[in-house]
Design a protein around this ligand. Sequence first.
Ligand code: GUN
Length: 297
Amino acid sequence: MTKIIDGKKIASEIRSELKNKVENAKIKSGKIPGLVTILVGDNPASKVYVRMKGKACEEVGMLSTTEILPANISEKDLLDLVEQYNNDERYHGILVQLPLPKHIDEDKVIEKISPDKDVDGFHPVSVGKLVIGKDTFEPCTPAGILELLSRSNIKTKGKHVVVVGRSNIVGKPVANMLLQKKEGANAIVTVCHSAAKNISTYTKSADILIAAIGQPNFITAEMVKDNVVVIDVGINRVEAPGTKKGYSLVGDVDFNSVYEKASFITPVPGGVGPMTIAMLLKNTFKSFSNKILTKTE
Ligand code: GUN
C-alpha cells in the first residue's frame, strides 16, 4: 500500500525539537537565534514564503525581521543592507528571497552574504564545501528531502536516485548531497533535465525519484516503475476558476496516477514545502550555535 509522506507532520516535529533547543540555549546563553529575511519587490509567491518564514521563526522563539524593499531599489543599496546585517550580531542568518528584479545581479548579492550567516546555503563557499563533503549550511529544500527520507526510514545506500531538474537551489545540491559517502546518502545518482531526448528512460529506472522541474503534473505513471519512492518538489500555481483564490497548487508529479504505483509519495501541498522552512530554522539555529553556544560551553 502506498504511504503518503506527511511533510507537514515531520516539519512540525522538527519545529518543536528546535523550540526546545532555543529555550535551552536562551537559559544557557541569555541569547536567541535571529534571522533576517529580505524581500525585494512584490512577487506574490515570494511574499507568501517570506511571511511563512517569519511566522515559523517566531513560533520557535527566534528573533525574526523582514525587510521589504521596493522593486526599484538599487543594487548598491541592497548590497549595503546585506553588509549591515553581516555586521549585526543579533542576526545569525541572512536570507535574500529569490528571484530578484532583473537589474540586480543575484550572484553578487548571494556572494555579499557572509558565509557564516548563509543559512540558505547558496554562497559559493557553502556550495563548494557541500560538494567536497565538508560541514556547511545545506540548502534548505535538499536538506528537507534527505530529512523526509531518513525520518520515513527510507534507505538510500546503493539505491538509484533519479533527480529531474538541475537548478542551483534543488537539483544540483540534492544530487551532490545524496552521493556523499555518509549515513542517509551513499546513493547512485542520475540527474536528468530538459536536454534528455527521452526522460522516461531515466525516470523508469529510479528507486527514488526527485521531481524538481517546475512543470505541473509532468511525471506520470508511465514514467515510473512499481514501488518507486517519489519526492515531489514542485509547487505550481494552476488556474482553478470558481475557487476563492482562483488557483490551486499542484506538484511536478501527477499525484493521482503515480500514487497507484509508488511505495511512498509526498503530497503537494504538505510534502517538501513545510520541510524547507523547518530546515531554514535548523540552519539558523546551527549558525547561532556555531557563534554563541560554542563560546559559552
Ligand atoms: N526562492 C525559492 N526558493 C528559495 C529559497 O529556498 N531561498 C531563497 N532565498 N529564495 C528562494
